[in-house]
Ligand binder design. Structure first.
Ligand SMILES: CC(C)(COP(=O)(O)OP(=O)(O)OC[C@H]1O[C@@H](n2cnc3c(N)ncnc32)[C@H](O)[C@@H]1OP(=O)(O)O)[C@@H](O)C(=O)NCCC(=O)NCCS
Length: 104
């Protein structure tokens, strides 16, 4: 995401090699000086809108705070739940969440 030519945040979306119609949000980050100004929400909504097309059925992510970690795991789960993500069972160390992208 770029605002007035400044890079303020990133969202990395990659293919899910286990699901031909699935995507993975591999990293969502807003630079510290710009946090808590709704850019995170904006960026996540932009990703959802951009990939809500017939080709893509679901977006998954692993809840794993990184960098300066302004939000802990529980806060991130609530953040993603507000965008329609639900938790999936996992044997992994970190929570796994999924959001359906396109339904006819
Ligand atoms: C997660 C992240 C992208 C959110 O970006 P952001 O621009 O700060 O988020 P927003 O301003 O859009 O805030 C969205 C909501 O998150 C919550 N939130 C954000 N910062 C918070 C903080 N410091 N403390 C508590 N809640 C917070 C709030 O519920 C907020 O909504 P509200 O302002 O209406 O109360 C940002 O915290 C970040 O870059 N974190 C470090 C990297 C990371 O851990 N990414 C997640 C990997 S799974």
């Amino acid at each position: 995401m770029v605002s007035r030519r400044k890079k303020i945040g990133v969202a990395h979306v990659i293919y899910n090699s286990r699901n031909p119609n699935g995507l993975i949000l591999a990293a969502l980050r807003v630079k510290p000086p710009y946090q808590r100004q709704r850019y995170g929400r904006l960026l996540l909504q932009q990703v959802i809108d951009e990939f809500s097309v017939p080709e893509w059925h679901e977006l998954r992510l692993i809840v794993q705070p990184f960098g300066d970690k302004p939000l802990d795991e529980a806060q991130l789960i609530r953040f993603y739940q507000r965008f329609g993500f639900v938790r999936l069972p996992t044997r992994g160390q970190y929570p796994l969440m999924r959001r359906l992208l396109f339904s006819e």
